[in-house]
Design a protein around this ligand. Structure first.
Ligand code: ADP
Length: 206
């Protein structure tokens, strides 16, 4: 079993950018957002349960889940949202565990945007937080998503605070600088994680 490094950070902090830099070093990436889509793929038990609950109107013509319709439905119905979370969260956790078990690189990265909010650090051996000053975070998110400042600020307010995330961190990447600076921090951590994974593999086990 690979060493599991959790990667998290607020919206627009640079998680995807950081994960891509680790992937370029041939590290396996398990991304919670991708897993969340996989558990409701056509033919999945997740999608089947949603159709049983909401009817086939929740599907697009190609048989895939109509995500915006589902988002609308849960926005106005907190019980439905709770039902959906209870259905999908265990499925997502189980699939992430399977992907971790199948990882081939010396350590793997588990990218979970809401890691601290959903208390998923227990699935990891170490937590790496991407930290960034709020003004830079808002500006980068706005530029990437082409959305108004107020919308970005609303999302920020709904997520864990910078302090809460940092309190849970074992390692921190500061993403206030440029791409070169980010790459240097990733390379340094990569070497540390390789050393840790060697240590883990040398530890006698029963
Ligand atoms: P997240 O996955 O945490 O939401 P992203 O990795 O998508 O964040 O980064 C948010 C935006 O900021 C993207 O457009 C990305 O290209 C840009 N970005 C990330 N890091 C830097 C950096 N160091 N310098 C400039 N732009 C950056």
């Amino acid at each position: 079993m690979s060493l599991v490094i959790g990667l998290t950070g607020g919206i627009g902090s640079g998680k995807t950018t950081v994960a891509n830099l680790f992937a370029a070093k041939h590290i396996d990436i398990i991304d919670a957002d991708i897993v969340a889509r996989e558990v409701v793929e056509p033919g999945s038990t997740g999608l089947q349960a949603i159709v049983e609950k909401l009817g086939s109107d929740i599907l697009l013509t190609d048989g895939s889940l109509n995500r915006s319709k589902l988002r609308e439905a849960i926005f106005s119905d907190s019980q439905l949202k709770e039902w959906l979370n209870q259905l999908l969260h265990p499925m997502i956790r189980e699939k992430m565990q399977q992907d971790i078990a199948a990882a081939q690189s010396p350590y793997c990265l588990l990218v979970v945007p809401l890691m601290v909010e959903n208390n998923l650090q227990a699935m990891t051996d170490r937590l790496l937080v991407v930290d960034v000053d709020e003004a830079i975070q808002v500006a980068r998110t706005q530029q990437r998503d082409n959305v108004p400042t107020a919308q970005v600020r609303r999302i920020l307010a709904s997520q864990a605070s910078r302090e809460q995330r940092l309190a849970a961190a074992d390692d921190i990447i500061c993403n206030n600088g440029n791409g070169d600076n980010l790459e240097q921090q990733v390379t340094k951590l990569h070497l540390e994680y390789l050393a840790l994974s060697r240590q883990q593999n040398n530890t006698p086990q029963c």
